[in-house]
Design a protein around this ligand. Structure first.
Ligand code: NAD
Ligand code: MG
Length: 386
């Protein structure tokens, strides 16, 4: 039995992961779950799966939660350090990193340090500290398996050839809810509208990231580190139906793609069962109806976040940590009505420009810069209306 810990089990990826695990209980056992604040949801999961540990990372909840709401078979723990202890415990084989944002960094690194197989949804960890995480995994033998649908598609497609035969990878993007919008329409986008994604159901942060195309920017950086690619080998194409999840172009011109309906259960399950494939509870393609799949280049002027991603992928060093932190705070401020939608890439640009670049930072320097960039972004005021 593979022993699985799901960090961020109450989120969109976390709950889909538990649905997948429900179908794999003959070969896997859920030993750990975690949430930040939604303790009632976490408590319900302990009754469904009887995991050995449940971690609430927000320590302030220790005086609030009802212990009796949790399964008696589960030990309830509090605080971010307990997340790292769970992620590195000898009785855990696979860690699903499904926390949102740089908050997932510490526990993901703990899992990599302990040599675990890490099913990584938490792309922000790779954006902040890609080279450090990849180097650590090389030393400890930890396996990093992608959960992000595009990266899972690339991982699957790569199996059609050898590493040296890869010409480039093409990441698909739905284009988000504002594909084809005018500059004026973008300037008046409300949080309500940004939170309605046309093809995917996801947590609020990544949904806003998908609307600004910052998600694709972060995914370019994620692809660079996961697959050891140069930014010039990574292309982005808009594909509104979200059926082709990405493809790899080999040197002979052959493009190998992975297709499935837009649902995260398949890429989550593949990371858990790799190198095997199993029946999956996700929806299947219906080839009896008429399909058309469209592809077109992204509008880089309307969505400047994308080029920020390429710039950060090229420069590396401290840029990823700064871009990520600025974006996390910008999204929060947008959702609270303090910033306009179009301010999100602007403040990221300003904070990136203002930071002291270091080409080879230590992890502690990255953590310090993350704090700095959050403060800068919190202070930033827009001086433009469009
Ligand atoms: P979500 O907001 O739905 O869930 C986030 C989870 O993280 C919750 O369990 C929450 O309790 C926990 N969490 C939040 N803040 C925390 C903190 N400070 N400390 C510890 N835990 C905290 O997010 P999601 O959409 O499931 O996304 C999770 C990760 O997966 C993100 O990195 C996202 O980019 C990535 N991802 C998501 C999808 C998707 O379809 N949702 C697809 C690809 C990649
Ligand atoms: Mg994705």
């Amino acid at each position: 039995m593979k022993r699985i810990a799901v960090l961020g089990s109450t989120g969109s990826i976390g709950t889909s992961c538990l649905e997948v695990l429900d179908g794999l209980l003959d070969q896997m056992v859920l030993v750990g779950v975690s949430a930040h604040q939604r303790w009632e949801d976490l408590a319900a999961q302990t009754h469904d799966f009887s995991p050995r540990w449940a971690v609430l990372s927000d320590t302030e909840l220790s005086g609030v939660v009802r212990r009796s709401a949790f399964s008696e078979k589960t030990e309830l723990l509090f605080g971010a350090d307990e997340l790292s202890r769970l992620a590195s415990h000898v009785d855990v084989d696979i860690v699903v990193a499904a926390i949102v944002g740089a908050a997932g960094l510490q526990s993901t690194i703990a899992a990599v340090e302990a040599g675990k197989t890490v099913a990584i949804a938490n792309k922000e960890t790779l954006v902040v500290a890609g080279p450090q995480v990849v180097e650590l995994a090389r030393k400890t033998g930890a396996k990093l398996l992608p959960v992000d649908s595009e990266h899972s598609a690339i991982f699957q497609s790569l199996q059609a050839g050898k590493g040296r035969e890869v010409k480039r990878v093409v990441l698909t993007s739905s284009g988000g809810p504002f594909r084809g919008a005018t500059r004026e329409q973008l300037a008046s986008v409300t949080p309500d509208k940004a939170l309605k994604h046309p093809t995917w159901e996801m947590g609020p942060k990544i949904t806003v990231d998908s609307a600004t195309l910052m998600n694709k920017a972060l995914e370019v950086i994620e692809a660079k580190w996961l697959f050891g690619l140069e930014p010039e080998q990574i292309e982005v194409v808009v594909h509104p139906q979200s059926v082709v999840h990405s493809f790899v172009e080999f040197v002979d011109g052959s493009c190998i793609a992975q297709l499935s309906p837009p649902d995260m259960k398949l890429p989550i399950q593949y990371a858990l069962t790799w190198p095997d494939r199993m029946e999956c509870p996700g929806p299947k393609m219906d080839w009896s109806s008429t399909w058309s799949l469209d592809f077109h280049p992204p509008d880089r002027e309307l969505f400047p976040a994308l080029d920020l991603g390429y710039e950060v992928a090229r420069k590396g060093g401290t840029c990823g940590a700064v871009l990520n932190a600025a974006n996390e705070i910008a999204v929060e401020r947008f959702l609270q009505g303090e910033l306009n939608f179009v301010d999100i890439p602007r403040v990221c640009r300003a904070v990136l420009d203002a930071h002291n670049f270091d080409p080879s930072p230590s992890l502690s320097e990255l953590v310090r810069l993350d704090v700095w960039a959050r403060e800068e972004t919190t202070r930033w005021k827009s001086s433009r209306s469009i």
